[in-house]
Ligand binder design. Structure first.
Ligand SMILES: C[S@@+](CC[C@H](N)C(=O)[O-])C[C@H]1O[C@@H](n2cnc3c(N)ncnc32)[C@H](O)[C@@H]1O
Length: 202
């Protein structure tokens, strides 16, 4: 639904195309512009409920024979959506901030992920953008593999400058995107980092 309480374009499109939430169009736009997920990718989706990004991530892996994996984590129990998802998608019910990093890395057979998506709201989760980037994905026990891509939802504030400054030297490319499907009343903005260059996982 829109902020005004009536279905908007993206809500109706999500229903029509079998996505469980309009947020699917945010990741679809990122995919179109940045090609973050490729066939065979291992994707970690932090804050995955109700599962629209799981659907888009799985679609982006291509046919089942291409392999790949999507692991979603959320405080809420998430049933893997029947549409657009297949056996490569699994979910874990947990508080991301309380999960040992080593445990998260073990969720991928390669001991780390090639794509990490975080759609957790910093204010709701209590995770500052700095924490999210440094302690979650990028530190020595981080879960993002060398060459990997990272998407973090931020709120437009001074945090954006700070996290951009931290991430820029670590990645080949860092960009900011406010997707078309973001509601006009929202302050959300996504930091998209491509090609992790340091603190490498082999
Ligand atoms: C905006 S929703 C994600 C929508 C999702 N990307 C989709 O397209 O379906 C944010 C989610 O982050 C989850 N979340 C917030 N803090 C969390 C934490 N510390 N650990 C796990 N999940 C968290 C919330 O429960 C919520 O479901």
């Amino acid at each position: 639904m829109s902020g005004a309480g009536k279905p908007d374009f993206f809500y109706r499109e999500a229903q029509r195309l079998g996505y469980v939430a309009r947020s699917a169009f945010k990741l679809l736009q990122m995919q179109k512009q940045y090609k973050l997920i490729t066939p065979g990718s291992s994707v970690l989706d932090l804050g995955c409920a109700p599962g629209a990004w799981l659907q888009v991530a799985c679609q982006s892996l291509g046919p089942l024979k291409n392999g790949g994996l999507v692991v979603g984590i959320d405080l809420k129990k998430v049933k893997v959506p029947a549409e657009h998802c297949d056996s490569r998608v699994q979910t874990v019910c947990a508080d991301v901030m309380k999960l040992p990093r080593a445990h998260v890395r073990e969720l991928s057979p390669q001991k780390g992920f090639s794509v990490v998506l975080s759609d957790m709201c910093p204010l709701v989760s209590g995770i500052s953008s700095k924490d999210a980037a440094l302690s979650l994905e990028l530190d020595d026990n981080g879960v993002l593999r060398r060459g990997g891509n990272l998407v973090i939802k931020l709120l437009e504030s001074e945090d954006v400058q700070e996290i951009n400054k931290i991430c820029k030297p670590l990645f080949r490319k860092a960009s900011l995107l406010r997707p078309k499907a973001t509601r006009s009343s929202s302050r959300e903005i996504y930091l998209i980092c491509q090609g992790l260059q340091s603190q490498a996982k082999t």
